[in-house]
Ligand binder design. Sequence first.
Ligand SMILES: *Cc1c(COP(=O)(O)O)cnc(C)c1O
Length: 282
Amino acid sequence: MKMEAFQPSGSFKLRGIGHACRIHQANGIRRFISSSGGNAGLAVAYAGRKLKIPVTVVVPESTSARAIELIEQEDAGVIIRGETWQEAHEYAQSLAVADTALIHPFDDPLLWEGHATVMDEIVQQGVIPDMVILSVGGGGLLCGVMLGLVRNGIPEIPVLAVETRGADSLAASCRAGEHVEIDGIRSIATSLGAKKVARAAFEWTRSHNVMSHVVSDREALDACRRFSRDHRILVEPACGASLAPVYGSADFLESKGNIVVILCGGAGVTLEKLDEWEEMLV
Ligand SMILES: *Cc1c(COP(=O)(O)O)cnc(C)c1O
């Protein structure tokens, strides 16, 4: 298990976003903007505070009070705008004037470069996995892990790219054989809620040993609970998705001795939240 849940911002996002923010700072950028009320916005807020660069996070009205509180705790300004992420994102784009960088939550090569360090560390620890399991939202983590496998000379390692049903935009593209968008998001794993993955993520599935896999919300949530009992650590359903094949009876895992799960984490989980999701599923 690669414990990204222990990153200061609660998820792996800080790897790529921290890397991107450092490079933008070196290039003279004086403000960061994010349009994510989730783990990406939180990572930008954290990076900005550490780099002493002001951050504005534009979030849609649907964002929870808890998420806003977490972002404000990192000294970032929060602007609430629009009903959907699309509207918040459009407004964020209009704020991105000179000297300002709008940090995309997943579709940015700078992010992938930073996310790739997760594989650098695994290889440096002497682990060559038989398989890597990770979750896919917009596919930034997938792009980073693939880049990491390639730059560590092990591009052939199989990767299981897991989504929840209702947020399965990579699976939809794999089925269609082309880069498609799904109609909407119907899953409790909101951190996986990208209607269309980054094109680069889809392309990795065509050129490398990436297997798309879909689990139910139920399986993801059960995996969160079981993991909390086994390891006393809370993770979001977005992360439970990656644990579900390990806890479940995925027979294609049986021949694999050495499986690395990227435990992507997520700051949007509490004991109360687990109960809320439970109620949403009955
Ligand atoms: C962002 C995020 C994901 C999905 O990552 P992508 O790079 O968008 O595929 C999964 N889990 C958690 C906890 C996240 O924050």
